[in-house]
Design a protein around this ligand. Structure first.
Ligand code: DGP
Ligand code: NA
Ligand code: NA
Length: 209
């Protein structure tokens, strides 16, 4: 029987280095002959919800939208990808996620939404084997090149998201990564956590917050 792949989630603020590190982890797995994919959320290629989300992220400062609708749209985007991701895991492929439900919850909590309400749509999604929280001072990411390109990349909002990510941080399967370190050092830290969980991957789990 093939051992299922691991579901490894990278979370953190915009510009905290997640995308670079998901790519480095993918390359590491591939060098070791291990099937793996990167799944980015929001998945702007997902046919039903992707284009709408892309449009929202590009225009949110100029158009007013219901925060409930936006929340459900991002959640629907994750749900729309679940069957494919489950199949990939079951056939032994590691799935590396660039954001997941925790972004969905933290971004909406930062808008002042109710916690139970925002968690509910995530219930039943696949539970990660590992969540790597890219911990970095919001003022540091805001100074990084390219910050501010999209609607949600505003300094006051990022600080609020950071506070909410810390609030929902769960000790058991979240690991904090010092994202202020160099790219190579962060990669080493990522690998040390990943190697530990690969030993523990067993049956499919359901998402719980
Ligand atoms: P990224 O492609 O990682 O740069 O994400 C695009 C933006 O969308 C970023 O500002 C974070 C935000 N985002 C990601 N997931 C969610 C979500 O589930 N809900 C909300 N409101 N925002 C999200
Ligand atoms: Na971004
Ligand atoms: Na990113």
């Amino acid at each position: 029987m093939t051992r299922r792949g691991a579901l490894i989630v990278f979370e953190g603020l915009d510009r905290s280095g997640k995308t670079t590190q998901t790519q480095k982890l993918l390359e590491f797995f591939q060098k070791n002959g291990k099937k793996s994919v990167i799944q980015r959320f929001p998945d702007r290629e997902e046919p039903l919800t992707g284009p709408t989300i892309d449009n929202f992220l590009k225009t949110a400062t100029t158009v007013s939208q219901s925060k409930e609708v936006i929340h459900l749209l991002f959640s629907a985007n994750r749900w729309a990808c679940m069957d494919r991701i489950r199949s990939q895991l079951n056939e032994g492929t590691h799935v590396i996620m660039d954001r997941y439900s925790f972004s969905g919850i933290a971004y909406s909590l930062a808008k002042g939404m109710d916690k139970a309400w925002v968690c509910q749509p995530e219930v039943g999604l696949l539970k990660p084997d590992l969540v790597l929280f890219f911990d970095i001072d919001p003022t540091v990411v805001m100074a990084r090149n390219g910050f501010g390109g999209e609607a949600l990349e505003r300094s006051d909002f990022q600080a609020a998201v950071y506070a909410k990510m810390n609030e929902i941080f769960q000790k058991e399967y979240w690991k904090k990564i010092n994202a202020a370190e160099t790219i190579e050092n962060v990669h080493e830290e990522v690998l040390s956590h990943v190697n530990q969980v690969l030993e523990t991957v067993t049956a499919e789990k359901e998402f719980q917050i």
